[in-house]
Design a protein around this ligand. Structure first.
Ligand code: SAM
Length: 209
């Protein structure tokens, strides 16, 4: 049997191992990272879209941004925002380990403050941070997204609380804001939206005008 090109295969396997370690460590530390079935759904779109400018709200330790970087256009970049200083630091280290520091730019700060200062023109925006801020993130994301671009939002069904009659105090604020978010994305004339029951609920909204 002809042997495979060793250098490329070796590099690929090494990167896969590093990514698997990043994922494993995040899971062990209970850092909420993107679920496999949610990633699979997003991949279907990203393969076609090949984004040049991708914005992520909620980096955690960089796991999802690293996964998304595979689907960027060859000159594509990801800006990703993380509130927590320690997580942003770890994300930068992980991104460096994956040799992706030229493609993924970690911005440490509160997305509520960072978003109004970003330049417009994103092809894809992924919302995956504080649930109670989703309506604010959406308002800013709509200004930053190109017509034809897509907003993905994770956790919109929040363990089934959002569509049920859940009204307990602990998560009530988050649940109410997610309900408001769903109302905004499904009733907007500028968006075409579908909500998938994968992971914790994934909303996919295309900006049509
Ligand atoms: N996208 C990451 C992944 O799949 O690998 C997981 C992100 S995790 C679900 C949410 C992250 O959002 C947390 O690390 C949290 O610190 C961050 N976060 C929460 N509120 C934020 C805010 N207002 N601005 C920026 N980041 C925020």
């Amino acid at each position: 049997m002809p042997s495979a090109p060793k250098a490329r295969k070796g590099t690929f396997n090494m990167k896969e191992t590093v990514l698997a370690e990043i994922k494993q460590k995040a899971l062990e530390e209970h850092i909420p990272i993107l679920m496999d079935d949610t990633l699979k759904e997003m991949e279907k779109y990203l393969k076609k879209e090949k984004p040049r400018k991708f914005l992520e709200i909620g980096t955690a330790v960089g796991y999802s941004a690293i996964c998304f970087s595979r689907y960027l256009d060859e000159n594509g970049i990801i800006d990703t925002i993380e509130l927590d200083e320690e997580r942003a630091k770890i994300a930068k280290i992980n991104i460096k380990k994956m040799e992706l520091e030229d493609r993924i730019n970690v911005i440490q700060g509160n997305a509520v403050d960072v978003l109004p200062n970003l330049k417009t023109g994103y092809d894809v925006i992924f919302i995956d941070a504080a649930k109670s801020k989703y309506p604010i993130f959406l308002e800013e994301a709509l200004k930053l997204l190109k017509v034809g671009g897509i907003i993905f939002a994770d956790n919109v069904l929040y363990k089934g609380y959002v569509l049920g009659d859940y009204n307990k105090h602990k998560q009530r604020t988050a649940v109410n804001h997610l309900r408001e978010f769903i109302k905004l994305i499904t009733q907007s004339d500028d968006l075409e939206t579908k909500i998938l029951e994968v992971g914790d609920g994934l909303a996919i909204s295309r900006k049509i005008k």
